[in-house]
Design a protein around this ligand. Structure first.
Ligand SMILES: NC(=O)c1ccc[n+]([C@@H]2O[C@H](COP(=O)([O-])OP(=O)(O)OC[C@H]3O[C@@H](n4cnc5c(N)ncnc54)[C@H](OP(=O)(O)O)[C@@H]3O)[C@@H](O)[C@H]2O)c1
Length: 257
């Protein structure tokens, strides 16, 4: 199936590895002109070279970096037509582990970064009468996940904003959607597995397989599966999907709506 995004300019945030990188890879494979952003220059440049993308060093939790990132992408690749909002996850831990600064940081990292980046590209999309914004969220936006209280508070806010914004801009031809990954074996999940292993006295491998055994599909997700979903959502094929939060989790989430 031709997704019809060849030649489109796509900005994928937080993409030197893991899920963001897989999104960049899938979009590039479909012929999009991709810009990738992350904080650490070397792995970012290596990943961008492999994928054939533009690398822009940026910390999406910093307002000035967000502005400079979009300016650079527009200058080098033209107006952003596909925006993939992604960032690292907030620190794991229970309520008592986080001070008020940690709460502010989590909201800045996962909500405000996406809101601000979107605000920087949305006027151009509206003027063009097209554009797709995809927010990488988490199943922690749909149900409570142990040890992820910061995520359980900040992710639903992103889903609420996704839904509301989609309704505001749908008539202009711009689409907004969210994806909620379950368990994909990336650095982020390795860190969370370590915490579970320490608490339960299991080895990392035991903690990982015990967690994975709760997935009805019987396996972890492959980052490229999420990348391909995002490429589809970024395409005109998904034009009628607006405001949705799509789980990609092998059947893990139990909620009904
Ligand atoms: N993996 C899963 O199963 C899963 C499930 C649900 C939700 N998620 C969420 O999906 C997102 C991506 O997760 P992942 O598993 O792909 O993580 P990952 O493998 O740790 O990769 C994170 C990527 O984001 C970049 N990054 C982190 N903080 C950044 C910042 N402030 N500004 C710019 N780039 C930043 C990292 O590069 P630098 O460190 O160099 O910046 C790296 O490229 C996270 O929010 C995570 O919580 C993941």
């Amino acid at each position: 199936m031709d997704l019809g995004i060849a030649g489109k300019t796509a900005l994928v945030c937080a993409s030197s590895r893991g899920l963001g990188r897989a999104c960049a890879q899938s979009l590039a494979r479909e012929g999009a002109r991709v810009a990738m952003a992350a904080r650490t220059e070397r792995p970012l440049e290596e990943a961008a070279r492999e994928i054939g993308a533009l690398a822009v060093k940026a910390d999406v939790s910093l307002e000035a970096d967000r502005v400079a990132l979009v300016q650079r992408v527009v200058a080098e690749l033209g107006p952003v037509e596909i925006l993939v909002n992604n960032a690292g996850g907030p620190p794991a831990g229970r309520f008592a582990a986080h001070d008020v600064e940690a709460w502010r940081d989590a909201m800045e990292l996962n909500l405000v970064s996406a809101v601000h980046l979107t605000g920087l590209v949305l006027p151009g999309m509206i003027e063009a009468g097209s554009g797709r914004i995809i927010n990488i969220v988490s199943i922690a936006g749909l149900e409570a996940v142990d040890d992820l209280i910061l995520s359980n508070a900040s992710r639903p806010a992103v889903l609420g904003w996704t839904r509301a914004l989609a309704r505001e801009v749908a008539a202009s031809g711009v689409g907004v959607a969210a994806v909620c990954p379950g368990l994909f074996l990336t650095n982020r999940i390795r860190q969370l597995v370590k915490i579970r292993a320490e608490r339960s006295g299991m080895s990392d491998e035991e903690a990982l397989s015990s967690w994975a055994s709760t997935i009805p599909s019987g396996r972890l997700g492959r980052p490229e599966e999420l990348g391909d979903l995002v490429a589809f959502l970024a395409s005109p094929r998904a034009a009628y999907i607006n405001g949705a939060a799509l789980s990609i989790d092998g059947g893990l989430v139990r909620r009904l709506s």
